[in-house]
Design a protein around this ligand. Structure first.
Ligand SMILES: [Zn+2]
Length: 115
């Protein structure tokens, strides 16, 4: 499960942001997660609470996950399709020479702050 390492890197960002902007209370952290990562939101939330940084700014912080559809593209015929329907196999060529062009990573969308 890679949720734990993803969450730990998110906390690194949060900590840096707190120091940089002197935020007082972080209510919520919003993330966009590509479907192709196969992340389980509930598990991610559990990890999030487990590795929460111990500081007053984050005692009530909640995680909000927005799942982004993953689109795959065939490198041979350039066809695009919904990743979860065919994984890496092109529905036209039947080969697995493809890449994810959308919804392939995790993005930090922002934080809701109490000034
Ligand atoms: Zn193809």
């Amino acid at each position: 499960m890679h949720e734990m390492s993803l969450v730990m890197s998110i906390w690194d960002i949060v900590e840096t942001e707190i120091e940089k902007h002197q935020y007082r209370i972080i209510n919520e952290i919003e993330l966009e997660v590509g479907e192709s990562l196969g992340v389980i939101s509930e598990f991610m939330e559990t990890c999030f609470d487990a590795v929460k940084i111990e500081r007053k700014e984050t005692t009530k912080t909640k995680l909000k996950i927005i799942t982004k559809q993953s689109i795959a593209k065939c490198n041979r015929c350039n066809r695009t399709w919904d990743y979860k329907d065919h994984w890496y196999i092109c529905p036209d060529c039947g080969i697995s020479d493809s890449e994810i062009i959308e919804g392939k990573g995790i993005h930090f969308l922002g934080m809701e702050i109490d000034e």
